[in-house]
Design a protein around this ligand. Structure first.
Ligand SMILES: C[S@@+](CC[C@H](N)C(=O)[O-])C[C@H]1O[C@@H](n2cnc3c(N)ncnc32)[C@H](O)[C@@H]1O
Length: 254
């Protein structure tokens, strides 16, 4: 049965993946980075608005920081487990955030936000690339006329130079994540196998997503209507050039 077919959930709907990856992907160190990331994002796009959408907010790393800066924030995510983590964070930090459990393909609130964020490779998850366009259309529609969006993800150009077939990572609790990567579909997608090893027991997850080059992402942002798009290689505004580690796209509605 094909993943994503009506009878089989799509990989990102498997909550046990987010539970297993939590100590690696959302370590305290990564939470601590969010403060500085938000500072840089605000400076990069000169954000002066009051309302923000964190699309695919996960455990609320950026949503909480934006709310602490006085923004009215909506965090949208598909994972019940991660939204619960986000709610706990918001409570601990004494900020009010609206959390919505929704698929990014379906969340659309016309003209509601000054800013939309999609951070940490939370884009390109669908088998059909038209669904990625749908997400961008939703983001565009959800922004006010002066709205800005920022997407941050792994870049295809970086992968072309640095992809290792196998990598591994240790979480603070001593557990291990071994990753295997493979490019497929005419260099448009990456297939990942993550093997989590804890106390001698291993659990494997397989998932895949589309990888975008700077130009491909830019074209799609223009396609859905954004008037101005700028690419950066990091949140400091570094050039999206030979040494870019990340693909950061900022897009302005006007
Ligand atoms: C790599 S995490 C990034 C989380 C967060 N943006 C951050 O920087 O910490 C990707 C997130 O996308 C969410 N996600 C995956 N598929 C989704 C979908 N179809 N609709 C909404 N959220 C989705 C996951 O639940 C997860 O929280």
């Amino acid at each position: 049965m094909k993943q994503g077919s009506p009878n089989m959930p799509e990989w990102f709907e498997d909550e046990s993946l987010w539970v297993a990856t939590y100590p690696f992907t959302f370590s305290e160190q990564r939470f601590a980075m969010a403060d500085e990331e938000v500072n840089k994002i605000i400076a990069l796009v000169d954000f002066q608005g009051k309302s923000a959408l964190d699309l695919c907010c996960g455990p609320g790393r950026h949503a909480v920081v934006l709310a602490k800066r006085g923004c009215s924030v909506t965090g949208v995510d598909r994972s019940k487990f991660l939204l619960q983590k986000a709610e706990e964070r918001a409570k601990a930090e004494a900020v009010r955030i609206e959390f919505v459990r929704a698929d990014m393909r379906n969340f659309n609130r016309p003209g509601a936000y000054d800013f939309a964020l999609n951070f940490f490779t939370s884009f390109g998850y669908f088998n059909d690339q038209e669904d990625d366009i749908k997400v961008l259309r939703n983001i565009y529609a959800t922004l006010r006329a002066t709205g800005i969006c920022l997407l941050e993800m792994i870049s295809k150009e970086w992968l072309a130079k640095h992809l290792s077939a196998t990598t591994s990572m240790e979480a603070p609790d001593g557990s291990l994540r071994v990753e295997r990567h493979e490019i497929f579909d005419d260099w448009s997608r990456i297939r990942n196998e993550w093997i989590f090893i804890k106390e001698g027991r291993a659990k494997t997850f397989k998932f895949h997503h589309t990888i975008y080059s700077g130009q491909e992402l830019k074209d799609r942002l223009y396609q859905v209507g954004f008037k101005r798009v700028k690419l950066f290689g990091d949140l400091d505004g570094g050039e999206y050039g030979a040494n870019a580690k990340r693909l950061v796209a900022a897009a302005w509605k006007e």
